[in-house]
Ligand binder design. Structure first.
Ligand SMILES: [Zn+2]
Length: 433
């Protein structure tokens, strides 16, 4: 039998050792952030591999005088080392979706940084350990497993002369886990994402994610006047004032969370909560106030976040919060200041676009189940990128949201999922007959 005719399953099976070697190589370079000081090392490890697969590689460092990088360095303590990213380009000249002439270009993205190991591991976090049908190690699910799978898929394609139907632009970037200004955001700002489509490999393999919520952090500083606690009528108790603000915020939360998006949430969430669509969220998550038991508190600061659905927008969200507080101010004569800090915008690609259907078909065939179209209530740096580029985007990665324990101890991934993900990539990328 010719290698071209052999089942894809078999080709992936043959490559299991290679897949595990890639994964172990990636996990053994501790790219956790902060500090994120080993980005150069992982990029330099990847470049020869991509060169071998016929890619031209650019090592792209965010310059130290970049304004947004400076803001991030101020906000996050302990960042060290160069902020380096990889752009690997292979213009295949394949037929792409156009079927004649110039191939379309696909940007393939995920991140190379991971969260710090934390405590409670039963295996060394920066080594891959196999136990039963799973592999353990920091980043195996989020998101180094997908990088290992991509390298394996490219290796299969090269060995068996399977041409790519797209020009491939692979963006492997860093600082995603900080959530402020990642390498991908920099790529978008610099016009380095030029694909007709974007595949985000950061995600799970439970559905094709086409939508995310936007994020806005808020802070309300309630002012009072301090005095001796035995004569409280001489001052204004900021914590007591803050309670009125909190009551108002609770009403706002009720209004906000009674809405829902048209985008379905994952079937897993539906099973756990009964919720069918993604929803906006309003959280109060931090309170700071008071000096000492016998001092009337001069200030109290409330903080939280607002996650808004693709159907809402940042300006509306801010105005809604301001309006609620203004009513309170006039009723109770309270003194406070509101500050909003917008984070990533929401993301939305229509499930009816051809690109989403292609990803869904390849993923369903590779995993042997019908992959649903979903949205998530979290935010993604990809949303910032596609807001700039307007690219249709799907996030489909490897790992299980409930089992992989990404960001926790003993992060793990099923070897079967990893192999199915390799299959998915080959099915998606290879040129049809
Ligand atoms: Zn991730």
């Amino acid at each position: 039998m010719e290698p071209e005719d052999r089942e894809l399953d078999e080709l992936v099976e043959e490559k299991e050792d290679e897949l595990m070697e890639y994964l172990s190589g990636l996990v053994s370079i501790p790219t956790f952030v902060p500090p994120g000081e080993n980005y150069g090392e992982i990029i330099d490890w990847l470049i020869p591999l991509f060169n071998d697969f016929g890619f031209r590689c650019e090592r792209i460092e965010i310059p130290e005088d970049d304004k947004k990088l400076s803001v991030m360095r101020e906000e996050v303590e302990g960042l060290r080392g160069e902020r380096v990213n990889l752009l690997a380009i292979a213009d295949s000249g394949g037929t792409g979706g156009t079927s004649k002439g110039k191939a379309e270009t696909l940007d393939v993205y995920t991140h190379l940084d991971v969260v710090p190991p934390g405590e409670g591991w039963s295996t060394p976090p920066f080594a891959t350990v196999r136990k039963g049908n799973r592999i353990y190690g920091r980043g195996v699910a989020d998101s180094k497993g997908s990088v290992a799978a991509l390298l394996t898929a490219l290796s299969i394609m090269r060995e068996h002369h399977l041409h790519s139907r797209y020009n491939l632009h692979v963006a492997l970037t860093t600082d995603e886990e900080i959530g402020i200004y990642s390498g991908l955001c920099y790529f978008a700002d610099r016009g380095l994402l030029r694909g007709d489509y974007l595949l985000c490999m950061d995600g799970d393999n439970e559905g094709i994610c086409v939508a995310t919520n936007g994020v806005m952090n808020w802070e309300i500083r309630v002012n009072g006047k301090s005095c001796h606690s035995s004569i409280p009528f001489m001052g204004v108790n900021a914590i007591e004032s803050a309670k009125l603000v909190m009551d108002e915020l609770e009403h706002l939360k009720e209004r906000v969370e009674s809405r829902e998006s048209g985008v379905p949430c994952s079937p897993l969430i539906t099973r756990m909560t009964g919720q069918r669509h993604i929803k906006p969220i309003f959280n109060l998550t931090m309170i700071n106030g008071g000096v000492k038991e016998n001092i009337i508190p001069p200030s109290c600061t409330l903080r939280g976040d607002r996650r808004y659905i693709p159907e809402e927008n940042e300006a509306e969200v801010m105005k809604e919060l301001e309006d609620a507080l203004m009513r309170l101010k006039s009723e109770h004569n309270l003194d406070f200041e509101l500050h909003c800090h917008p984070g990533y915008p929401p993301m939305y690609t229509s499930p009816d676009t051809g690109w989403v259907k292609e990803v869904q078909a390849a993923a369903s065939a590779a995993f042997g189940v019908h992959m649903p179209i979903t949205g998530v209530q979290g935010g993604l740096d990809v949303a910032y990128a596609v807001q700039k580029t307007g690219q249709p985007v799907c996030a489909f990665g490897v790992g299980s949201s409930m089992e992989s324990n990404a960001h926790g101890a003993d992060e793990n991934i099923r070897i079967e999922d990893l192999k199915d993900y390799v299959k998915f990539l080959v099915l998606l990328l290879r040129e049809g007959e």
